[in-house]
Structure formats: structure tokens, C-alpha cells
Design a protein around this ligand. Structure first.
Ligand SMILES: C[S@@+](CC[C@H](N)C(=O)[O-])C[C@H]1O[C@@H](n2cnc3c(N)ncnc32)[C@H](O)[C@@H]1O
Length: 254
């Protein structure tokens, strides 16, 4: 059970570490989240330059986050943690440092998913395009649910092609709904609670609501919470877009 302090189906304007503290042990089925890249307000340091101090504080912050996620995740729970390669001083910095965190190593790293999209947001500095992001798929045990027959062709492959172009973008790093739909179709079961600790404009919660699942979220920026709440108000169970259904957009693309 989720602690009484936090009602289900809400996004709280709160630092995620504060929010996580208010959740019961073993209470969350699914975490879908994408951490902030440049401003970890909760860690007390914000650096556009992504310097060494930033990386140190950032990794300490993420370490705390993973320790809390380990505590709140059910033994049957799963985490999809989306993070991307950064550019720093005209060179790239992959997120593989994450795998060396003590907290990360307490999880089972089940899958290493490449989210591939067309085009690129970075074609400078003579490099191959950064046209992918990584999704770490983690669990506490092997007792997890993955529905291979959810209607997505080759559902359990590890390279997912999901276009990144979002019309009417509400957030600079907004996740495409189709990505969350894919995860929910493969892992979702009636009655689950889906958590996004870095909610942004509430993409995870919006899609969870469309699927009829419980959701919870934390987001430090009150403006994003406001936008997310408006999105949620306009979302109903019946409004699942056709691309989320069995013969989904991914099938059409692949
Ligand atoms: C990569 S964005 C997530 C975007 C989201 N997936 C969406 O589709 O809108 C990360 C978010 O984390 C928020 N954030 C940063 N530090 C935070 C903290 N300590 N606790 C909670 N949220 C935080 C940022 O304001 C930002 O909106």
C-alpha cells in the first residue's frame, strides 16, 4: 500500500527524494522516468557546464534516487530509466558511469534498450549523430511480467524505433507518448501503480491514465506540474490513440 500521505493519481510538486520518502516499501509496480540532465535542483547544484563537480554531485544524487527506488519497488516491479549520452567540451559522455553506482548494482539489470529515433538534435563537432537514447530496464527479482503477445511485433527486441518529434512540445525533453505506451503494453497489468519521479509535463501519468492504471508523480517545477494537471484533466480512459492499440505505430514503422 502507498502511504496515506500520498494519494494515488496525483503529481506532487516536490523534490523526488522528499516524495520517495513518503512511499511505503514495496508499493510500486512500475517506474518510468527520465532524469534531469542539467539542473538537479534537488542535489543543490545546477551547472549548465556539466563540469566534474556536477558529475560528482549528479552521480551522488542518482545514487540516492536508486536506493529509494529499490526500497519502494515491489519484488515484481520494474524500472525503465531513460538517460542519454551528453556532449561536454565538444566530446561525448556516455551514461555508463551509472552502472558503477553501488545502488544500481543492487538491482538486476534485465535489459539495455536503445531508443532509436530519426534525425538528430546534435550534428555539430564532426561526430556521428546522437540519434538514440538508452533505457535501463531494472528489477529486484526475475519474477517480472513481460507480455510478448501484446500486439507489438517483436515486442521483446532491445532496439526500439520511436520518433522523437512531438508536435506542440510542452517541455524541452518531453517523452513521446508512444514510448510510454510501448512499455505499458508490454508490462502493464490491471491494478498496477506507475510512478515517474521526474514527471516533467506528466507524459508517463497521461498514458497510464489512458490505460486505466494508477499513477503517481513528483516534479520540482510548479509550472510543469500545472501543465501536467491540465493534460491529465483532458485525458480519459477512452482516449487511447489508435497507435497505442494492438496494431500500433511501431508495427507500422518496422
Ligand atoms: C527529463 S525531464 C522529464 C520529462 C518528462 N519525461 C516529460 O515527458 O515531460 C526531467 C524533469 O525532472 C525535473 N526535476 C529536476 N530535479 C528534480 C528533483 N530533484 N525532483 C523532482 N523533479 C526534478 C525537471 O524539472 C524536469 O522537468
Amino acid at each position: 500500500m502507498v502511504k496515506k500521505l500520498l494519494e494515488l493519481n496525483k503529481i506532487y510538486n516536490i523534490d523526488c527524494l522528499e516524495g520517495l520518502k513518503q512511499l511505503e516499501d514495496n508499493s510500486i509496480d512500475l517506474v518510468i522516468t527520465s532524469p534531469p540532465y542539467e539542473d538537479i535542483t534537488g542535489a543543490g547544484y545546477s551547472a549548465k557546464s556539466k563540469d566534474v563537480l556536477f558529475l560528482k554531485l549528479y552521480s551522488e544524487f542518482i545514487d540516492k534516487v536508486f536506493n529509494e527506488l529499490l526500497r519502494v519497488l515491489k519484488p515484481t516491479g520494474q524500472i525503465f530509466f531513460n538517460i542519454k549520452t551528453q556532449t561536454y567540451n565538444k566530446t561525448i559522455r556516455t551514461p555508463h558511469w551509472l552502472e558503477f553506482l553501488e545502488s544500481f548494482q543492487k538491482f538486476k539489470l534485465k535489459s539495455y534498450i536503445i531508443w532509436k529515433y530519426a534525425g538528430s538534435f546534435d550534428s555539430t563537432d564532426k561526430r556521428f549523430h546522437l540519434d538514440y537514447e538508452i533505457i535501463y530496464h531494472l528489477s529486484k527479482t526475475d519474477d517480472i511480467y513481460l507480455n510478448e503477445n501484446c500486439g507489438i511485433k517483436d515486442a521483446l527486441t532491445s532496439v526500439w524505433y520511436v520518433p522523437h518529434n512531438i508536435s506542440n512540445r510542452l517541455h524541452p525533453t518531453q517523452m513521446p507518448e508512444v514510448l510510454v505506451e510501448r512499455i505499458l503494453k508490454i508490462t502493464g497489468k490491471e491494478g498496477i501503480t506507475v510512478l515517474d519521479i521526474f514527471s516533467g509535463v506528466g507524459t508517463t501519468q497521461t498514458v497510464a491514465k489512458k490505460f486505466g492504471y494508477n499513477y503517481l508523480g513528483f516534479e520540482i517545477n510548479p509550472q510543469y506540474v500545472e501543465i501536467a494537471n491540465k493534460r491529465l484533466d483532458q485525458t480519459t480512459l477512452a482516449s487511447i490513440p489508435p497507435q497505442a492499440k494492438a496494431s500500433g505505430i511501431l508495427e507500422a514503422i518496422l
